[in-house]
Write a protein that binds this ligand. Structure first.
Ligand code: ZN
Length: 140
């Protein structure tokens, strides 16, 4: 009873009782475009990860689950703002991998924001690979 152990236990409880939504909000900042941007480290491809139920998931998927609800099997959570570490639920929508790359093409991947690189051949290759993988998965 008492002392240090008790305090530590309280702190632990505090962390565990934080909901996913609270954890996301604690680690993000809203910018002038209404994007709720992740402030911690990002992956090379611009996504960010958060630990959830012992697994690491991308923060935008976590945001969808926290603010919108479960993600249907096989669906991706996509960004209308094209910022991969944005967790603003108003900027998220569900789609397939195919939608994701189609979307990227119709938008020209925000040429003004990313003057070079985003339509890099490697990226296109990667998207095509993703599409192929999705198709394979659908075929079972
Ligand atoms: Zn956004």
């Amino acid at each position: 009873m008492g002392g240090y152990d008790e305090i530590q236990e309280e702190e632990m409880k505090g962390i565990h009782s934080m909901t996913l939504a609270e954890r996301i909000i604690a680690k993000t900042k809203v910018n002038e475009n209404g994007c709720r941007l992740w402030q911690e480290s990002l992956l090379k491809d611009g996504y960010a990860l958060i630990r959830y139920k012992g697994k690491k998931i991308t923060v935008h998927r976590a945001a969808w689950m926290a603010f919108k609800g479960p993600i249907p099997d096989g669906m991706s959570v996509l960004h209308s703002c094209d910022i991969r570490h944005c967790t603003a639920e108003e900027h998220l929508f569900l789609g397939t991998y195919a939608d994701n790359s189609k979307d990227a093409v119709t938008k020209g991947r925000q040429k003004n924001l990313f003057p070079s690189g985003d339509l890099h051949p490697n990226r296109i290759k990667k998207l095509k690979k993703l599409q192929r993988l999705t198709r394979l998965r659908e075929l079972g």
